[in-house]
Write a protein that binds this ligand. Structure first.
Ligand SMILES: Nc1ncnc2c1ncn2[C@@H]1O[C@H](COP(=O)(O)OP(=O)(O)O)[C@@H](O)[C@H]1O
Ligand SMILES: [Mg+2]
Length: 319
């Protein structure tokens, strides 16, 4: 894939599902996903919308398909560790899933000291209640990955780190359940790390969402995608770490850096993202898909009208 062969998809990018206004089911629009709530089940379409600094800024050709198919890959690779919400793949961008009661914490696991954890560490703060030793360098590899949950804040606000004790003491999640979540998240991260390593990547950190169905814990939402995770190239890690340089990334960092270069960090008017940058970002998502799965990415031919038809018949089948 190159930018030229991707440019036709600039025109077919899915901003949103055009669901009829008289749709009898509640429809929820997240930053990235359009969700039809059928009661017991849901139809989830991953759009091509991209958010950065918690703001939706543009669409990226093929992104919805990359995220959906990459999550499906990872759900399959991890279903011996924990069950997940997937019922069926409806289209390259859409799945039918079980509706769960999503737990109100972002389950973050970190293998390396980077991103917001590094910024907090530099300011002398603990990381979700975990006090780290002094004099660590940026991008330091932890001996064992850290469980560093954060709160789930409302739209527009940034999630905040929270310690396991605070989660329990504030009655957000009970102790036994939180212990199960922690051990499951660490197993998932271990699996993710192993599979990424086969393909020359480091799974640096990630965010999981868990939900309950009765007493059963399920993995929901998305898993190990470039939207929810950081990936670095393994072969250059050590040399760059030694030199104290930036790692080679395969995630959303490219767009974040471009935005920062335009003086945008989430507040005020967002710059318009030129097509050339959108294509560059698309290529990176596709490269992530291909590197992680070892499979060639085939862009979907399902257009927005056909997507809506598939969603509508899935609504009948899974209501
Ligand atoms: N199986 C599920 N049951 C209920 N809610 C879910 C399930 N899977 C994902 N969700 C929720 O659907 C939303 C996904 O849409 P997304 O665009 O990613 O939202 P956000 O802007 O919150 O990231 C999230 O709020 C997520 O918690
Ligand atoms: Mg999300």
């Amino acid at each position: 894939m190159d930018k030229n062969s991707l440019s036709p998809y600039l025109d077919t990018t899915l901003e949103s599902l055009a669901l009829p206004v008289d749709c009898t089911y509640p429809v929820y629009k997240g930053k990235v996903r359009d969700i039809v709530d059928l009661g017991k089940n849901m139809v989830i379409t991953t759009s091509d919308r991209i958010s950065a600094f918690d703001r939706v800024l543009s669409t990226i050709p093929c992104k919805g398909q990359v995220l959906n198919e990459l999550s499906l890959f990872w759900f399959e690779q991890t279903n011996d560790i924990i069950g997940n919400h997937i019922l069926k793949k409806i289209s390259p961008r859409t799945v039918a899933g079980r509706k769960c009661s999503v737990l109100p914490i972002e389950v973050v696991v970190r293998g390396y000291l980077t991103g917001s954890a590094w910024r907090d560490y530099q300011q002398g703060k603990a990381i979700s209640g975990i006090v780290l030793p002094p004099n660590l360098k940026s991008n330091h590899k932890f001996d064992t990955p850290l469980f560093t949950p954060s709160t789930k804040e409302e739209k527009g606000k940034h999630d905040l780190p929270i310690s396991s004790d605070e989660i329990i003491n504030q009655g957000i999640v009970k102790k036994a359940l939180l212990e199960k979540i922690e051990s499951t998240a660490l197993k998932l991260f271990q699996r993710g790390t192993e599979i990424a390593a086969r393909n020359g990547l480091i799974l640096v950190d990630t965010k999981y969402e868990f939900g309950l169905l009765g007493d059963d814990l399920y993995l929901v939402d998305e898993v190990h995608t470039p939207d929810s995770s950081r990936y670095w190239y393994a072969d250059t890690y050590a040399a760059l770490y030694e030199k104290g340089e930036k790692q080679r990334e395969l995630d959303k960092e490219y767009l974040r850096q471009w935005l920062i270069g335009q003086d945008f960090m989430g507040d005020g008017n967002a710059p318009e993202i030129p097509d050339d940058i959108r294509l560059e970002v698309a290529l990176r998502y596709i490269t992530a898909y291909e590197t992680i799965t070892g499979q060639t990415f085939v862009p979907s031919k399902v257009n927005a009208a056909e997507e809506l038809k598939l969603v509508t018949s899935a609504m009948e089948a899974y209501k």
